[in-house]
Design a protein around this ligand. Structure first.
Ligand code: SAM
Length: 283
């Protein structure tokens, strides 16, 4: 194991990105506490939330509200101050920059030659992935799904061919709609709902979207959620299978739509399916 730098006494100037708990305060790391104690101030999303965490840790520091939409001037001032001060960046919970502010700050620090380091720790996406039972050799973090039905469907369809587990952040009131959209746009995929991670009512449930919908209709979900969708299931499709699927689709759809639908179900090339659909229609 490599040597760790001496803790706390003093920190070199720069930006320290500090992960904080996602529910269970016991998950704060020793290094996170050391850096929060030794830094000159803390940039945070919500000064009340971070104030509570620091109070719990017995730490008192200047708190500066920061989000990536802060005025350019304010960000500049914060970055300039890091020439001589050690500034910690925290978000309300978990790892800053993961669906949380910080990207622009880190980007500016790199441009200005300011030292940036991170104190790693809890992250709901990673914890959800590790508990999901879904393949994790490749995964894509895809943030929050859009709110509007059409945008949500289009977003999911854009991800349909990605050969990785997909990780989304979700909220309880939207879960059923999102499961429904996944059932339509990403059919036959295994899904995991990881809820209230690290908290008293932590719950991880896996199944197909319709089964999960039935469960959550009967047991309305509460709290914070990571929603994970397994990669496309590739089944060998013979030419005869593809023809049968195309013929079925052509009963209600135009050839281009039938080809798109069968391509989505089978992973076969849409253009080749379209040519075949035209042939089948004229036979
Ligand atoms: N940066 C944070 C992280 O590292 O996890 C995520 C911030 S994002 C604004 C908040 C979302 O993370 C929530 O809406 C939920 O989807 C997910 N999340 C946060 N805490 C969670 C928890 N304890 N259990 C499940 N999901 C959680």
């Amino acid at each position: 194991m490599s040597e760790t730098p001496p803790p706390e006494k003093s920190l070199d100037p720069g930006l320290y990105i500090v992960a904080t708990p996602i529910g269970n305060l016991g998950d704060i790391t020793l290094r996170a506490i050391e850096v929060l104690k030794a830094c000159d101030g803390v940039a945070c999303e919500d000064t009340r939330i971070t104030g509570k965490l620091l109070k719990h840790l017995g730490i008192s520091k200047p708190l500066w509200r920061y989000d990536d939409h802060s005025e350019h001037r304010d960000r500049r001032r914060l970055v300039d101050s890091m020439q001589t001060r050690a500034v910690a960046l925290v978000s309300d919970a978990g790892t800053p920059l993961v669906s949380d502010p910080g990207f622009r700050l880190v980007n500016d620090c790199h441009s200005e030659g300011i030292q940036v380091t991170a104190i790693p720790g809890p992250c709901a996406a990673i914890m959800g992935l590790t508990l999901s039972g879904l393949p994790n050799d490749r995964f894509m973090f895809a943030g929050f799904l859009p709110n509007k039905d059409k945008a949500r469907r289009e977003y999911l369809e854009g991800l349909a061919s990605i050969d990785s587990t997909l990780v989304f952040y979700e909220t309880a009131p939207r879960l059923l709609k999102s499961l429904d959209a996944i059932a339509t746009s990403l059919p036959n995929r295994e899904v995991t709902v990881a809820r209230e991670l690290t908290k008293l009512h932590e719950d991880v449930r896996r199944g197909l979207p319709h089964g999960l919908m039935a469960w959550y209709e009967a047991n309305p979900p509460k709290g914070e959620i990571v929603l994970l969708v397994g990669p496309p299931v590739r089944v060998e499709t013979t030419d005869a299978d593809a023809d049968a699927l195309l013929l079925e689709a052509l009963e209600t759809l135009k050839p281009s739509q039938a080809a798109a639908q069968v391509a989505k179900r089978t992973g076969l090339d849409r253009k080749a399916l379209y040519t075949r659909a035209l042939g089948l229609r004229s036979e």
